[in-house]
Write a new protein. Structure first.
Length: 254
């Protein structure tokens, strides 16, 4: 049994995740206390299933949102409650079993060593990962690195990360975007702009076939359009901040 952290929390946003969600939550609970799941207007039976698990487990809390608001909106809901309860850091992970729960203690320890930083998972893909997704990542990573003048973002999209709560809340409450799949990349870029340094750690990622319970809500057309618009607004923000970013970089070198 793990001792309960009062500063670091595991936060799992979840939308119609399929049966993998139960083993995912169990795997997270085996590594950490507390774990919170935000059920984001799911229409499968996972809200009831997870609430039944939480009824037997003090270290698990299930927050249920009535309507689907998107991954970023669900994370923000959890962040606000976490802040109200005095948590300073959250580790976000996916609800569908793709992320390595066994690495939670290592990521939390890295965050405890450098509390002002964000700890980013850098995906280590197996050979069966879809080429289209692996290559799409390179495009998003190229943009994110340009937008931050190569501040050290190892991966812009991977959602297995530890964030400092306050700067992330400020970034998200400051604007209406970042509520869906545009959450992960925009969070790292905007946090970099605020001076939150990335710490990169490798993390294995798994892709399950449909017959193994693999489910993705990523829609190539809809979400690539969303990500294109996201990098457009980040690029505009980058151009406006260029003098600040360049002078910060010059100061860092001298
Ligand atoms: N709260 C919430 N979480 C979502 C939503 N869509 C995706 N997620 C979360 O984001 C993770 C990644 O989404 P997924 O559909 O698996 O995309 P992929 O892994 O990139 O193919 C999921 O495992 C969920 O935890 C959503 O609409 N609401
Ligand atoms: Mg997934």
């Amino acid at each position: 049994m793990t001792t309960a952290s009062t500063t670091h929390l595991v936060l799992i946003p979840s939308y119609n995740p399929g049966p993998k969600v139960y083993e995912t939550v169990r795997a997270a609970r085996a590594q950490w206390t507390p774990v919170w799941v935000v059920v984001d207007g799911s229409t499968d039976t996972s809200a009831e299933g997870l609430q039944a698990m939480a009824a037997q487990d003090d270290g698990l809390r299930v927050l249920v949102l009535p309507r689907n608001g998107g991954k970023g909106a669900a994370v923000l809901h959890g962040l606000d409650l976490a802040a109200a309860q005095g948590f300073t850091h959250v580790l976000t992970m996916d609800s569908d079993g793709q992320h390595p729960a066994h690495l939670i203690p290592d990521f939390m320890a890295a965050s405890a060593r450098q509390p002002a930083a964000m700890v980013l998972g850098v995906p280590v893909f197996a050979a069966d990962a879809p080429r289209l997704r692996v290559n799409g990542r390179k495009v998003s990573n190229g943009w994110a690195n340009l937008e931050t003048l190569w501040a050290g973002i190892g991966d812009s999209l991977f959602g297995f990360r530890v964030y400092p709560v306050e700067p992330l809340r400020q970034v998200m409450h400051g604007q209406r975007w970042m509520r869906r799949f545009d959450f992960d990349p925009e969070a790292v870029v905007r946090l970099c702009w605020r001076g939150v340094k990335p710490v990169n750690l490798p993390a294995t990622v798994r892709y399950f076939r449909a017959d193994e319970g693999g489910i993705s809500h990523f829609n190539y057309l809809r979400d690539n359009l969303l990500l294109t618009w996201m990098h457009t607004r980040l690029f505009i923000g980058f151009v406006l901040r260029l003098p600040v970013l360049l002078s910060r970089r010059a100061l860092g070198r001298s």
